[in-house]
Write a protein that binds this ligand. Sequence first.
Ligand code: SF4
Length: 369
Amino acid sequence: MKHAGKYNRLYIHVPFCEAKCHYCAFYSIPDANDRLKDEYLKRLEMDFIAEARNCNELKSIYIGGGTPTVLGAERLKSLFYLIKTNFNISRNPEISIECNPETVDNERASIISGFANRVSMGAQSFNPRLREYLGRRGSVENIYSAFAMLMEKGIKNIGIDLIYAIPGQKYREWAEDLRMAAELGVKHISAYSLSIEEGSLLAVEKNAVKVSEELSADMWALTGDLLEDSGYKRYEISNYALPGFECMHNLEIWYGDTYLGCGPAASSYDGIKRWTHSPNINRWLDWKGTEQDIIEAEKRAGEIFIMGLRTVNGWDRNTFMERTGFDFMQWEDKFAPLKASGHLVYNNSSVSLPENGILLWDEISENFI
Ligand code: SF4
């Protein structure tokens, strides 16, 4: 396998948030104290020192969470310094950081612009009623002011996350959110259907019931149509970008590239094995709880195959062979009925899902794992 052993990309999970959103099922610690944040950075540094030699020149870095900007200005500076001094970074890397708008101020925007060139903001909705339902902090004004501050500091590549299929959300309210996002001038929009996760406040306290699949599918179709009118193209089930502003870090990982993950709950993949740090910060700080997940090459090829099918372009046969060592035509007997029902398109050199297939990605992918 081509990449075995060396990581091309770096992911850092910052597990802190100001408070827990009602729908959240990610690993994040609300209201962590300064001592814990300092211990987190120290442990991260040890990981960087231990793992840097296992990395090629990094082509992309993605700092996600949680809410990385909750680290505050000084710790953000330290984090960037630790990355710069421990890793070799390629000449034109894509460096992304996630933030919540209400945690961006002039100082943080300036520090971010000194290191990152792409910011992904968790906006989720421009509608105050729906924001409250989701338990989002901050206000719609924070979205506009964070965007302006980041732009002013020279970050031109800004994206936002939005959520649809929220119980009680009207079709026209979703259209309005999309319109406001496009008018803001962001380069990238991730639009996720709300999933009501077991254990989240929405499930436990609000007894939330998921909206019908039909309405959710209609909202997904509307997303593609409305954003296309504003120049955005869907390039993955939930991701839309102006041409040239696709998130390369995520795209390459969907296409099976290697990545090092640092921080609690972060996964790594070196081309042969995948492993995940403990999702519990105390176990992670004690160096306990790493799970190795060594998968047979063919099974891993199946996983990489279905991840690539999430993208609108799907797979080129040569690229798939180069990345996995397998030929996707080995699954031709599974392709044929999907092609007959109009849910998959393939020929001798490529395979992809048409729009009605992408929407059924969950079910279709079961054929290949
Ligand atoms: S900001 Fe994101 S990670 Fe933090 S609680 Fe909200 S949804 Fe979860």
